[in-house]
Write a protein that binds this ligand. Sequence first.
Ligand SMILES: [Zn+2]
Length: 208
Amino acid sequence: MILLLCPECLQWREPRDASCPICNGRLDQYLPDLMHEDVASGIGDWVDCLGECDVVRATLPRRGLLHLTTNGMLFVPHRSIVFSFDVESPPPASLTARVLSALAMPVRKLHAWLMKEDGAIVAGSSRPLKVDGHDRFALADLLMSDPGVLFVDRSSIVTWRRQRRRWEFLRSDARWLPEKFSPRGRDGVLRLQQWLENTACLLNPLTP
Ligand SMILES: [Zn+2]
């Protein structure tokens, strides 16, 4: 499994037929790197933190904090899943893709996978992850450096459904976002509801 940061929806996704499974934009390893400024303007500035939130998804970290920006929601897991490498042994060119492909593996398998490599990789450990600065460029750094960080553009959400504290979001193409969001506190639930109802969406909302 390879995860790439989609230039259209700004989400880390596994390409399918060189396309993003979420927004259908082009997504493959041959795209030029995203510009820091473009990612920053896509995310917008930090507005608020709704507190602890669980995000139900298959392989990436699930527990973290849910932030609001001027353009959408930014989930930041408590721990990074980016691994450290020996700086004296530069990683091979395809390292990013190879490391990200390992993220789908359980930690024990990942460690074994690292040990099989040619010596460039000497250690693998996760580190605490948090929003460090509230301007859009700091948020862009965070998103671009860790596939566990998830951004959802507010304008891509046309409606939502809620089962107790678990939220699902429907996109403009009538497909549900695969991740489900569960704010842990009652306050977070209420504030998420308020934000969804009170922020402008350029698309026509559907009936939940
Ligand atoms: Zn996309």
